[in-house]
Write a protein that binds this ligand. Structure first.
Ligand code: TEU
Length: 553
């Protein structure tokens, strides 16, 4: 598939980005109003989370009509205008396609429920093991069983996510054809690409059996026909020249290499999540464990090397609408807020792959840290609270876990300015705005060349201008360093050395030979030349081939 080293994607969580109508909910018109900001930032593509007709129990990841726009987000005319206006600014639009499941309000599912056996084949309806016992022991990702009983049919249906999201049966050719026609519809609208939600979960096993060791994911992740189904979709819909990215939860490197091989016929890139599980105790998102920078470094290095050796392409990302804010998670919300946000950005976005920047990350937006349950809107967070308290946690403990792990941490409205509604909406926002918009906001950062926003802009510009950053070889240096992530990007004309202290302590690093070249980016004045880095200090050094540089020592 085509390589996208020169692309930089910005993720818009539509509900919280910009409200063009004053309803308190972001919308397509609001996105149009902010296209100049995105152009200023220097991105090439915009991924917009689902805005299709939906009852929104999972904020649009529960679709009832894949080819119509939910009126609260706008109209098809608004969408056409967005495509045109984005194109004028050199920005392509990527749509979010949720094909693992539909809403249970979708007409297909409604027909299935009413007894239509043709549409029952669109989903997974199965008899229980015995009365009252679901077909397998699998858990829903949002808690509880992955099966819901329908008394009228005396069968259970599969929902890997909430009860309102029924899994589609991709083994049914008619389902795959229906999906293909949805894609063709949007291709005619001149979109630039697609993000496929949990695409590695769509091929379910032939036999549904209990998972002896886990929650079921080993039974349905990277299933038996997954590569075949993706190839079919790509071939039938002519997706080869589009930017296609698959969300791969709990997947393995080997499969990701096949999904996103540069010589293959599947996707242009994948989201792999291992680096964002580094602070899960025993893989459990709701059990907090302090992250060890060295573990984070090893995971990132393993994926960089693996995808490079496998000639496949990865995405580079720290956050999205399902993850806490990165500066709160791996950086510092206090004294080193700015330095840590910059160091983390340089560490990630100069790697080999395509950057995906989640809205507000470029401003250093922090977790919401809600202190009451009633502030939460996310179905997963509310369920998690119930589960945590039913397991014996106090309400205070459960809220503390949510304040670090809830998806709503990153879903608060985009902080455009310091006015009461942060310039997000003239209406009452659907979810509370972080009070720190008084000092963390786009308007202020745009005026400050030392801001996190400008740092992101510089990183993206560097990527856009450098073939080495886009496609050069990745190589890690000083691999046992517990605090500093240090790597090189090696190209025909130059070599970049990226040195990032990921701790709030002073740290040292070691290089095989003295560092030559010019410091082209640094997040402190007077970058150190002695190998001693200040808290969260980072530098990017460029050495041109054949040039006579002074040695930094
Ligand atoms: O997410 C899938 C996924 O596996 C997650 O990141 C999930 O939200 C997390 O594991 C829960 O702990 C995608 C979407 O990005 C997410 O917003 C949807 O809720 C989900 O699929 C269902 O469509």
């Amino acid at each position: 598939m085509g390589a996208f080293g020169g692309a930089s994607v910005y993720q818009v969580y539509i509900k919280s980005f910009s409200d063009g109508h004053g309803s308190g909910i972001g919308d397509i018109l609001g996105i149009i109003h902010k296209l100049d900001y995105l152009k200023f930032l220097g991105i090439t593509h915009l991924w917009i989370t689902p805005f299709y007709v939906s009852p929104e129990i999972d904020n649009g990841y529960d679709v009832t009509d894949y080819t119509s726009i939910n009126p609260k987000y706008g109209t098809m005319e608004d969408f056409d205008l967005l495509i045109q206006e984005a194109r004028k600014r050199g920005i392509g639009v990527i749509l979010d396609m949720v094909f693992n499941h539909t809403s249970t309000q979708h007409p297909w599912f409604q027909k299935a429920l009413s007894g239509d056996t043709y549409y029952q084949q669109y989903y997974f309806f199965r008899k229980g093991k015995q009365p009252g016992v679901p077909p397998t022991n699998w858990s829903s990702k949002f808690g509880g069983s992955a099966w819901k009983y329908v008394p009228a049919l005396d069968k259970w249906y599969l929902h890997l996510f909430s009860e309102g999201q029924a899994d589609l049966n991709w083994d049914n050719q008619d389902v795959r054809k229906a999906i293909q026609s949805v894609l063709s519809f949007w291709e005619q609208k001149q979109v630039a690409g697609f993000r496929f939600d949990v695409i590695n979960l769509v091929s379910k096993p032939e036999l549904f059996t209990d998972d002896q060791n886990g929650d079921g994911r080993s039974c349905y992740t990277d299933g038996p026909h997954i590569h075949e189904y993706i190839r079919e979709l790509v071939e039938t819909c002519g997706l080869k020249n589009y930017l296609t990215v698959g969300e791969m939860s709990s997947t393995h490197l080997k499969d990701c290499i096949s999904y996103a091989s540069l010589t293959g016929n599947e996707l242009s890139m994948v989201f792999s999540f291992q680096h964002l599980k580094v602070d899960y105790a025993d893989g459990d998102k709701w059990r907090i464990q302090k992250f060890q920078p060295s573990e984070l470094f090893s995971i990132i290095d393993m994926w960089q090397r693996g995808m490079q050796e496998g000639n496949a392409w990865n995405t580079l990302f720290w956050s999205n609408h399902d993850q806490p804010r990165v500066v709160s998670r791996f950086g510092d919300e206090g004294e080193y807020w700015k330095q840590s946000a910059k160091s983390l950005a340089a560490m990630m976005y100069l790697l080999r792959g395509t950057p995906f920047i989640y809205q507000g990350e470029e401003l250093g937006m922090t977790n919401a840290h809600f202190s009451t349950l009633s502030s939460y809107r996310d179905i997963e967070s509310i369920k998690a609270y119930d589960i945590l308290t039913s397991q014996g946690n106090t309400a205070k403990n459960a809220l503390e876990v949510l304040s670090q792990r809830s998806r709503d941490n990153s879903r608060t409205p985009m902080q455009w300015d310091s006015t009461p509604h942060a310039g997000f909406s003239t209406g009452n926002p659907w979810i509370a705005i972080n009070p720190n918009h008084a000092w963390i906001n786009a308007e202020g950062e745009k005026k400050d060349p030392d801001s996190i926003l400008w740092w992101y802009k510089r990183l993206l510009l560097l990527r856009a201008q450098s073939a080495t950053i886009q496609y050069g070889t990745y190589k890690r240096l000083d691999p046992t360093n517990p605090s500093v992530f240090l790597y090189q990007r090696i190209g025909k004309e130059d070599t970049f050395t990226i040195i990032c202290n990921c701790t709030k302590n002073y740290a040292t690093f070691q290089l095989p030979s003295p560092l030559k070249g010019n410091v082209i980016l640094a997040n402190y004045l007077n970058p150190q030349k002695t190998g001693l880095l200040r808290p969260y200090e980072c530098l990017v050094v460029r050495e041109k081939k054949g040039a006579h540089h002074a040695t930094l020592s």
